[in-house]
Design a binder for this molecule. Structure first.
Ligand SMILES: Nc1nc2c(c(=O)[nH]1)N[C@H]1C(S)=C(S)[C@@H](COP(=O)(O)O)O[C@H]1N2
Ligand SMILES: [Mo]
Length: 246
């Protein structure tokens, strides 16, 4: 990704400039500061790429509760549900070279990742589930992000308290290997309460980032003009942190 490239270039520049710079006192002070910056930036990026813990299948919670919207009644969701989601489409759009409109079958035919992870809700409960679906990176690579794309917005079918649920992440989380578009929970199609037919799993972040009832994945340069401008339903509504890392 771009940032990694930038850091690599910066690192190379410091190594190349090292000897001459270190000859002067100002130079070595500068170099020390730059090295410190480089190390902490690097550590930060490493942390962001670390995997969330995964558990054995035997650790799966017998019941994965639903939270927030658990049975959307707005728009065409009820008729889609009655139809077994046969006509559901997931769009990949915004700042991409090739917008996509995918059926559930398209999504099931992509390479799949299965992971048993713990979901932590800020309201004070957790549950372990086994999630399956393609990595978001596969979809983004297929649509080819434009260089201006900085954030990925998740659009949802449900309207909660008069507002459309949505969420967003930066490209580090979007490309994280455990970020998947899940269509199976514990080997079965997602129950409606858990986001049927598609939900995002962002395993390094808290529960409210894991958008359910996914209709579109939108690449954008800024979050300012989306919803209330804070990057997500709960961020807009209750001041929850946009970056909800765990
Ligand atoms: N579309 C949508 N996504 C959502 C929510 C919601 O109400 N609507 N609730 C969020 C919250 S606060 C949590 S904890 C999880 C709950 O997921 P679950 O219903 O599968 O337990 O979904 C998140 N994603
Ligand atoms: Mo939550």
């Amino acid at each position: 990704m771009k940032r990694r490239g930038f850091l690599a270039v910066m690192g190379a520049a410091f190594v190349a400039g090292c000897n001459k710079l270190a000859e002067s006192e100002t130079g070595s002070r500068l170099l020390g500061a730059a090295e410190g910056w480089h190390k902490s930036a690097h550590r930060f990026l490493q942390d962001r790429k670390a995997l969330a813990p995964e558990f054995p299948r035997s650790a799966v919670s017998p019941y994965f509760r639903g939270n927030g919207s658990v049975d959307p009644q707005n728009g065409d969701y009820p008729s889609q549900a009655a139809n077994g989601f046969a006509d559901w489409r997931l769009e990949v759009r915004g700042l991409v070279e090739t917008p996509l409109s995918l059926s559930l079958d398209n999504i099931r035919r992509l390479p799949q990742r299965t992971q048993v992870t713990r979901h932590d809700c800020v309201e004070g409960w957790s549950a372990i589930g086994e999630w399956t679906g393609p990595q978001l990176s596969v979809l983004l690579d297929a649509a080819r992000l434009k260089p201006e794309a900085k954030f990925i917005v998740f659009r949802c079918a449900d309207n909660l308290n008069g507002q459309d649920y949505y969420e967003s992440v930066d490209l580090i989380d979007a490309y994280h290997p455990q970020t998947i578009v899940a269509h199976l929970l514990n080997g079965e199609p997602l129950p409606i309460r858990n986001g049927a037919p598609l939900r995002i799993r962002i395993e390094r972040q808290l529960g409210y980032k894991h958008a359910k009832y996914l209709t579109a994945i939108e690449a954008v340069a800024s979050l300012d003009d989306i919803g209330g401008g804070k990057g997500g339903y709960w961020e807009d509504r209750a001041g929850y942190q946009w970056y909800a890392g765990i």
